[in-house]
Design a protein around this ligand. Structure first.
Ligand SMILES: CC(C)(COP(=O)(O)OP(=O)(O)OC[C@H]1O[C@@H](n2cnc3c(N)ncnc32)[C@H](O)[C@@H]1OP(=O)(O)O)[C@@H](O)C(=O)NCCC(=O)NCCS
Length: 141
């Protein structure tokens, strides 16, 4: 499999990034930002059979280049358990290390067991359990 930086034409990946989670998906909202990220890489994997994009992920360096933030891993349901996410993470970590990163982080929902196990298999450990909330649309005064 070949992991490479996404091109404009890879945007057709959005076709399978729609019902990923109960709430849908957000890749359509972040694709343009991620593909133009000067501090990161949006990677894609295409199918050997029909050349259709079957997986993506984004990594961006932060904390003064000391950390690589891994996000947006999506593997087409028909192509899971073929180590595609593993390959995307490896490529992202290589990129991060070239920039000087010494640590990689990701956030995953507690109930996303498959993703948690996949991250653990790739060397990640749980470091923080927390709560998030939506920022109110009206400013609090
Ligand atoms: C989670 C996801 C990215 C995994 O992608 P993948 O390419 O299938 O993962 P890999 O093949 O690299 O998995 C490597 C290892 O992780 C573990 N793993 C991966 N998916 C798993 C699952 N659903 N259940 C249990 N373990 C899993 C296994 O140990 C696996 O090795 P094995 O197949 O030899 O047992 C994919 O299922 C997906 O796109 N899910 C929906 C989107 C998502 O949750 N993204 C992550 C958001 S944080």
């Amino acid at each position: 499999m070949r992991v490479r930086v996404a091109k404009k034409s890879d945007k057709e990946v959005l076709k399978f990034c729609t019902n990923t989670f109960e709430w849908g998906d957000n890749i359509d909202q972040v694709w343009d930002v991620w593909s133009a990220d000067p501090h990161g890489k949006l990677y894609v994997v295409r199918s050997k059979n029909n050349n259709f994009p079957v997986a993506i992920s984004h990594g961006t360096v932060c904390s003064g280049n000391r950390q690589i933030w891994v996000e947006g891993i999506r593997v087409h349901p028909a192509h899971r358990r073929k180590k595609i996410a593993t390959a995307l993470i490896a490529k992202t970590l290589q990129y991060g290390m070239r920039q000087g990163a010494i640590e990689a982080s990701a956030v995953v929902a507690t109930n996303n067991i498959g993703s948690r196990l996949m991250l653990e298999k790739n060397g990640f450990n749980v470091s923080l359990d927390g709560y998030i909330t939506q920022v109110p649309s009206d400013p609090i005064v």
